[in-house]
Design a binder for this molecule. Structure first.
Ligand SMILES: [Zn+2]
Length: 75
């Protein structure tokens, strides 16, 4: 039973990440590749991703200072 639990939890975690996929793929603070595990929700309810927790904190202190470049969405 225990052996089944870990893959199940991993599956749930993956599903949660995809449900809240960020609107950007480049860190707005320093332009590095963003990782979806570091993210905040903006005023519109969209998720913004960062490359590391320190960038996330920097952004949270001054969200207006760092324009978020949205990733290209296929039309
Ligand atoms: Zn960064």
């Amino acid at each position: 039973m225990k052996a089944l639990l870990a893959p199940l939890l991993l599956c749930l975690a993956t599903a949660t990440v995809f449900a809240a996929w960020p609107i950007n793929d480049v860190c707005p603070v320093d332009g590095k590749a963003a990782r979806p595990i570091y993210r905040v929700k903006n005023a519109e309810g969209a998720f913004i991703a960062f490359c590391c927790v320190s960038c996330q904190q920097t952004f949270e202190k001054a969200p207006g200072k760092y324009p978020v470049k949205k990733k290209d969405t296929p039309k």
